[in-house]
Each structure stands twice: as C-alpha cells, then as structure tokens.
Design a protein. Structure first.
Lengths: 406, 153
C-alpha cells in the first residue's frame, strides 16, 4: 500500500498578500485529498465597517484587495444605493464600468503572467506584465492612481473623466489590441501550453454549480453566469458585449475565458468612453442620508461576483455589512480539481482559480523515513512545474512561439 | 445584449406555493429583491426547494445579531431572472441552532463554519464544523459579531 503523506503549501508567501494554507494529502506523486485552511489574514473588516460612515466604508472595502480595488467599492455602493433607493446619474454609470473593466484587464494580465511563470513560460510572464503597465497608465490618467482609485461613492463617482483625456484613453486602448491578440495566440496555439493545461484540473459544470463557483472558474466549466449580464448594473445593460464561456472546465479553458474576456472588456470600455462625449450632466446624485433598510450589491469582479449586504438603521453607519469575495466560493472547488493530479500540476490547478494566489512560500515534506524531513521553498515548487514543461520541450521539439514584433 | 427576464411572478408564485404555511412574510423590495421569512425548522426544505427545484445559486449567508434574536439570511440568486431572493430566519440568542444545508448545497459549508464561530449559531448535521477564520484555540463562547462586543475605535 502506498504511504500517505501530507504536503503543506503555505500559509505565507513573501511575494503575495493573501496567506492561505493548502494541505495536499498525497500518495506517491498523486494528490488524494485537499484540506484548505484560511484565516491567516482575517482583518475583521465587516466588524470594522460598523464603525465607519457609509462614505468611509467605501474606502475601507477598497483595501480588502489590492487587485480588485474597485470591485469591492462598486458592490458596496450598490448595496447602499439598493438599501436607500438612491438613483445614480447615467454618466456615472459609464465611468463605473470603464474603471471596472480596466481593472479586469489588468487583473487578468497579472494572472496570465503568473500562470506563464508557473508553467515555465517566462516570456509570457514578462510580456503580460509589461502590457499591464499600459492599463495601469490609463487608470492613472483617469483616477490619479495606478491602484486604489477612490472613484466610487454612494450616488455616483468622485471624479469625472475630462473630455480632454478621452483621445488619450482611446489611443492607449487601441494600442492594447495587438498585444492581447499576441497573448491569445501564444496560449491558444502553443502545444506546450496545451500539454500542460488541457484536461488538467477539470471542474464539471455540475460541481461548479454545487460549489457556487463564480466568474471565469464557473464560465470555463460551461456554467453561464455573469452578474454584469444577469443582474444589470453600472453601464453593462447600455453597451454591446458578450459573456465568454467554455465547456471543458480545465486549466486551459480557464485561461482562454480570461484572455477572451479582455477583448470584451476593451469593447465595453471603448463604448463607455465614447458615450461620455454625449452623455453629459453630473456624476453624483449627492444622497443626503441612507434611510433604514437593507440592500444587496453585486459586481462581477475579475474573479467572479463580489457580494455586499448592508443594513441601515437610519443612522450614518451600517449596523451590519457582509462582504463575500469570489475566491470564497472558488477556492473550495480545488477540493474537486486537485484530487488525482500530480504535485507538479497541483500548483497550476490551485493557481487556476486565480485565488489572489498566495501560498507557496515553503512546503514541508514530512517523509516517512526516520528523521527524513525536508523543506521545499516556493522556488522548488515552481522549478518542479517548470521542469515538467522543459521535459515536454525535449520530447516534442517545440521551443515556443517566435518573439513578437511591435 | 441578452438581458435577463424580470422575475416572473411565475417563479415567485412557485416558491410561495411550495412554502405554503411555512411562509411567514414576503416582501418585494424591488423588481430585483425579494425577502421571505421562514421558520428555522423549515430551512432544510426551503433550501432544497431553491437549490434542487428552482435551480437558484447560493450567493452567501449573512448572520445578523439583533434584539429579536440572531437573523440568518440565505441569499439565493436567480440568475436567469435577475433577482435575489433572501430567506430570513430568526433563531433564539440563548440557544441558536439551525439545520446545516451543506448536505443540500456544498456552497454553504464554509459560511456555516464562519457564522458558527463569529455568531455562535450551531449548525446541526454540518460535515466538518470547525474554525474557519479564527484560531483553533479561540475561547469558546466568545463570538466577535454578537451585539455588545467592543467594536473598533
């Protein structure tokens, strides 16, 4: 009988902000069970929010995640608006979707780069992050910041987009199309990426629904949900775009969904920015107070639906504020997808739900032999994954795509 | 654009009809938001109705400590109809117990652990009721989200 050992991954990683602890139960090279522990970064934000005014709360939830730093505020202000029956000027809706979609592109590029790095495809990593900078430049132009934009408030947005900036924004967007097409081809047409990700870490549609999976994790399993379409908010009902789904539920399809979604994001942003030329007026309805009641806000963050619930007693602070990030629903799906895989693929599968990946700082391999304890760092884990790709390179003779020209 | 249908009275009527006498109150806050009050002992059946028959998606569960008891809100998204139906049930603060719905819907497993440790609601029949966010050695009976707990300054 094969000896069962536990391979702990995490909880701390020097480079990532969200610690999480995966205990891989393995027999030989094969993962047979996964136990997930979290709470290493619990900050009590729901409780803290009860001590903030409705306007301050938006800044607080902006700090929940550095990458989704406009998704949480947007869901939060929509919850407050739902509770208070507050109207939002149309111009503000277009600005909300513009910032939200820019965030989606930069988040997906960040993930794509990391995924490329994990499979030993470092060129993809470098290029993805290089063009992510272009997206951050647009965000800085619009909001004044590369991250933590401080744009959302109950009743509208805090800053208008100036007419003078619109040509520069459209120009920067236009220059993103070719690089995104390059990423699409680099992933769709690369035989090594296929070999490493096809049929790996499959999440079926039925299990995705049972776990309440969200965002690209759900859509890559053929589970066609997207709150931007299903529960219209911001400007998503006012522009033309499509929801991207794929049927297979493996790591490859999760990557494809994210890549194709970036093109939809470009479509949405371009339409929104053009609308700003004609949709004039205020960007804030300045709600005077929040009446007693409760409200729910949903926003499709890059990783899936962000959910906020607020309850007001008529004062200026929420008496309860519930926050649910998409990874809360997506990370448990790893229990389905990682079982049966090898350790070399586990890193990739755990990263495929884009969990604000955090956890490979070191892993301790407790060998059954007497005194046989070894520590493996993040470097070794990534090396194991990369070596598998290099092995495949030797076997197939494929050296990756030709470098792009710009 | 393929805009979702508004919540047809069809689906809402189906939910109302299936709940029967167990429906304590139903308020339609807007076209997209419905709140339904149910007794705690009917939670399992109501959840099975939403998940298995209506095909709703469990978004999350919210626990709120109020003067009347601990409110537990089950938010179900009807994605095809663009609507969120929230089931509200109130349990006694002195002995808060609910049936776990993790067996019906695995999506509830983590949030039940969270409400158990933060608000002290016991979920009967949960497959793995242990700490999720708090330390394993967190003092028993100390629930951070209960009323009267010191908040942040």
């Amino acid at each position: 009988m094969t000896k069962r050992t536990i391979v702990p991954i995490g909880p701390y990683h020097a480079l990532q902000e969200e610690p999480e602890f995966f205990k891989l139960h393995v027999e030989g090279e094969t993962v047979v069970h996964l136990d997930i522990e979290l709470g290493y970064n619990h900050r009590g934000i729901e409780k803290l929010s009860e001590s903030k005014t409705f306007e301050e709360t938006v800044f607080l939830v902006e700090r929940i995640c550095g990458i989704c730093s406009t998704s949480h505020p947007l869901a939060c202000v929509q919850a407050v608006e739902d509770a208070g029956g507050i109207a939002v000027p149309e111009r503000a809706l277009f600005i909300r979707s513009t910032v939200g979609e820019l965030e989606r592109i930069h988040s997906h590029l960040l993930w794509l780069g990391l995924a490329g790095h994990f499979v030993g495809f470092n060129t993809l990593w470098m290029w993805a992050w290089r063009f992510r900078e272009e997206v951050l430049n647009i965000l800085e132009l619009i909001t004044g910041n590369r991250n933590h934009y401080g744009m959302m408030k109950p009743g509208g947005v805090r800053r208008d987009i100036r007419d003078g900036d619109i040509p520069a924004i459209l120009d920067l967007l236009a220059r993103l199309r070719d690089p995104l097409a390059m990423f699409r081809d680099a992933v769709l047409e690369d035989p090594l990426v296929h070999a490493r990700t096809r049929g790996v870490g499959v999440l079926t549609r039925e299990r995705a629904m049972a776990y309440g999976a969200l965002g690209p994790t759900a859509r890559a399993s053929g589970y066609d949900i997207d709150v931007r379409r299903d529960h219209p908010h911001a400007a998503y009902g006012l522009v033309e775009w499509d929801v991207v789904t794929r049927p297979n539920g493996d790591v490859f399809d999760k990557a494809v969904v994210r890549i194709l979604e970036m093109f939809e994001s470009l479509r949405i942003i371009e339409q929104c920015v053009r609308q700003l030329k004609t949709v004039r007026g205020p960007v804030d309805s300045n709600p005077p107070c929040i009446p007693p009641g409760e409200g729910i806000g949903q926003y499709e963050a890059p990783r899936g639906e962000v959910f906020h619930y607020v309850r007001s007693d008529g004062g200026n602070r929420p008496v309860r504020h519930k926050v649910r990030a998409p990874s809360y629903m997506n990370v448990p799906t790893n229990r389905e997808t990682v079982v049966g895989s090898t350790i070399a693929d586990a890193t990739l599968i755990l990263a495929a739900v884009d969990p604000c990946y955090c956890c490979t700082e070191r892993m301790a391999v407790a060998l059954a032999s007497p005194g046989g304890e070894r520590l493996w760092g993040a470097g070794e884990l990534i090396r194991m994954s990369q070596e598998k790709t290099w092995r495949l390179m030797e076997e197939t003779g494929w050296r990756g795509p030709a470098p792009p020209e710009f | 654009m393929n805009a979702p249908e508004a919540l047809g009275t069809g689906t809402l009527d189906r939910i109302r009809g299936a709940l029967g006498d167990h429906l304590l109150a139903c308020s339609r806050k807007s076209a997209q938001r419905v709140y339904i009050d149910i007794p705690p002992d009917y939670l399992g059946e109501a959840s099975a109705l939403m998940f298995d028959e209506i095909g709703a998606r469990l978004q999350i569960v919210t626990g709120v400590d109020t003067a009347a008891g601990i409110e537990v809100l089950y938010h179900w998204a009807l994605d095809r109809e663009g609507c969120v139906v929230t089931f509200r049930t109130v349990v006694d603060r002195a002995e808060p117990v609910l049936d776990s719905i993790a067996g019906v819907c695995p999506a509830a497993e983590w949030i039940e652990r969270e409400i158990w440790e933060l608000l002290g609601v016991d979920f009967r029949g949960h497959p793995d009721l242990r700490h999720l966010l708090l330390d394993d050695h967190w003092p028993q009976g100390d629930y951070p989200l209960r009323r009267g707990k010191e908040g942040a300054p």
